[in-house]
Design a protein around this ligand. Structure first.
Ligand SMILES: NC(=O)c1ccc[n+]([C@@H]2O[C@H](COP(=O)([O-])OP(=O)(O)OC[C@H]3O[C@@H](n4cnc5c(N)ncnc54)[C@H](OP(=O)(O)O)[C@@H]3O)[C@@H](O)[C@H]2O)c1
Length: 318
């Protein structure tokens, strides 16, 4: 495994991080047993992954807690709390209070079977919700840190609804957040200018989500997305082969598959500290770690990706 500094936190984290959410939720999304999911977390640790990202709403904190029994110190735990109460639309304007955030944190600690988390994020914040988070929830986060219940403050965006990174662009003007999580992939690389430029200059730890997601792990979803981009005149109609639109990741880039190319693209992006991989499949996990540890895609392939997708900022690849 490669280990990298996470911004200025002083943490050394694995370049590959295990994502316990997304569509897979460690296999819980497709009906796998809890024991299977515990096995995925342990397999990740055995591969040298020390960064585990979960969240209250994923319902995988308890699984992470079980997997870490007796080896809490092997992992850096990143978890997230929702900023809207249960049952409310996550995009809405009903917010949790600092007090309810404190009880949610206690519940997360109980599920994770630990007395502290390394990074606590406010989860999926929209641009019009950021002001409330900073004014009303930040004092609670500072208190949790003073109490030793969390080590670092994090913020994640809602990439499907905010593919242009409006929230993070705003939040990064404040000198508050130690770690942020941004959507980034070869089809929408706009975090390069709008997030990584700032996180690099301010040495803020940066986590990448959506490296693969649906569009880059499912050929039908990819074909559909490319057709949409062509229809919107965002890429020329004759630019890509209909049957195998990203075949050049293999022929030019040297990748064994689209998924491999997608993880390698993210891993070698300056400013991307941890690339999260979300899976419920142990073979996928091993393959993805190997991809993340592989060299950068060939320069001609990167140039072609830049020409095709470099200006796209309207899709997430979900
Ligand atoms: N706003 C937020 O805070 C937010 C939002 C989204 C995600 N996240 C975090 O980011 C993490 C990463 O996002 P993600 O879960 O969408 O991960 P991802 O790594 O971008 O994509 C995972 C998807 O690709 C599939 N996949 C993975 N490896 C594969 C392989 N080798 N071959 C074929 N298919 C493969 C997985 O299915 P299989 O299970 O079949 O492998 C899964 O459906 C999440 O788990 C979560 O921790 C945070």
């Amino acid at each position: 495994m490669d280990y990298v500094p996470l911004g200025r936190t002083g943490l050394r984290v694995s370049a590959a991080g295990l994502g316990c959410g997304g569509h897979s939720r460690l296999g819980q999304g497709s009906g796998e047993s809890r024991a299977h999911s515990v096995g995925i977390v342990r397999a990740a640790l055995d591969l040298g992954i020390n960064f585990i990202d979960t969240a209250a709403v994923y319902r995988t904190e308890e699984i992470v807690g079980d997997a870490l029994a007796g080896r809490r110190d092997d992992a850096i735990i990143s978890t997230k709390l929702p900023i809207v109460p249960p049952g409310e639309s996550p995009l809405g304007q009903q917010f949790v209070t600092g007090e309810s955030l404190a009880s949610s944190l206690e519940e997360s600690l109980r599920r994770l079977k630990t007395d502290y988390v390394d990074i606590l994020h406010l989860h999926g914040v929209m641009p019009d919700q950021y002001g409330y988070c900073r004014e009303e929830l930040l004092p609670a986060l500072d208190r949790f840190r003073d109490q030793g219940k969390i080590r670092f403050l994090g913020l994640t965006e809602r990439f499907i609804h905010d593919p242009q990174h409006v929230m993070l662009s705003r939040a990064l003007q404040d000198d508050i957040w130690n770690v942020v999580m941004a959507g980034f992939n070869l089809i929408n690389p706009s975090a390069r200018q709008r997030v990584f430029a700032q996180t690099r200059s301010k040495e803020i730890g940066t986590l990448v989500m959506f490296a693969v997601r649906r569009a880059l792990s499912n050929s039908e979803a990819l074909t559909e997305l490319i057709a949409d981009l062509v229809q919107q005149d965002l890429i020329p109609s004759d630019a890509l082969e209909e049957e195998d639109p990203l075949g050049f990741l293999r022929s030019l880039g040297g990748a064994g598959s689209v998924v491999e190319g997608a993880y390698r693209f993210c891993r070698h992006e300056p400013g991307a500290d941890v690339v999260l991989t979300g899976t419920g499949n142990a073979d996928h996990l091993r393959e993805n770690v190997a991809s993340i540890l592989s060299p950068a895609l060939a320069p001609d392939c990167l140039a072609q990706l830049e020409e095709l997708f470099g200006a796209i900022d309207s899709v997430s690849g979900n």
